[in-house]
Ligand binder design. Sequence first.
Ligand SMILES: C[S@@+](CC[C@H](N)C(=O)[O-])C[C@H]1O[C@@H](n2cnc3c(N)ncnc32)[C@H](O)[C@@H]1O
Length: 306
Amino acid sequence: MAEPILKWAGGKRQLLDALYARFPASYGCYHEPFVGGGALFFDLEPANARINDANPRLVNFYEQVRDSPDRLIDRLESFDDPESDPDPSLPYAEETARGRDVTNYYYQQRARFNSRPYAGTFDPLEEAALLGYLNRTCYNGLYRENADGGFNVPIGRYANPDWVQRDRIRRASDALADATIRNDDFDYVLDAADPGDLVYFDPPYEPMSATASFNEYSAAGFDRDDQQRLLDVAAELDEAGVWVILSNSGVMKAAYAEAGFRVETEGATRAINSDASNRDEVDEIVATNVPPSERRAAGQRDLAEY
Ligand SMILES: C[S@@+](CC[C@H](N)C(=O)[O-])C[C@H]1O[C@@H](n2cnc3c(N)ncnc32)[C@H](O)[C@@H]1O
């Protein structure tokens, strides 16, 4: 069993049992169109998997973990403590591209990360190392971009941050070895999934209220229209004989029930938000078209009820 390498908003580790309880007894390929931190994917380690995310930096990171784990670990080991002085041999040792003072090593790496994809020469390994480093040293493990795509999370305060995670990267690399990784909008899955396959959707959650912002994963966001498109895609997959499991916030419960899915509330989760006063609790639902009779754990659960 592998573990997630990145902290990612909406991580699903606390929901794993509820998701496994809906798994069909057998399925073909496993698809995860909103993979994010990949809590379910890494726990499951499916033999035949296609994963996807709209965030190109996240996708590049997983490609490097899969294809070059040792080089990525070496690169991560070359980073310094986030609070140490900027490295004078690297760019942005004194000020960012926008002319802001750089006071420590963390902000220097953040400035390098923000200049990188847009700067002409693109080194995918360095890009992945920077994402891994910033993810483990930034405030709250948040991934947030401002309107022009810059990663803008401040430095975190950790006594002893481990930004290398040697063993996790090696295990994750094995889990990813045979996986196809794409960088696309989720609706590619209509073409990619065959009858009998399993698709797990974990979209950015629809906020319960205007103040709860769940849509900070990428500059583009995910709005009501996207939620409706996703519902339509899920319904189309259902008609095509593809198994679907989906998690979302409670506001989408009625819509999935009306579309014929089995929907249950699975408790509450918290939004990761940089503003601590704004960490609303939201209901979390799991919707599926896998009937109880087709679920792999059905027999075991019946016994446990006696
Ligand atoms: C809730 S997170 C997934 C969390 C993941 N299950 C985990 O355990 O960490 C949603 C992901 O969807 C991605 N995303 C946002 N819009 C998308 C789109 N239109 N198509 C595909 N992925 C999208 C985001 O980049 C984010 O990584």
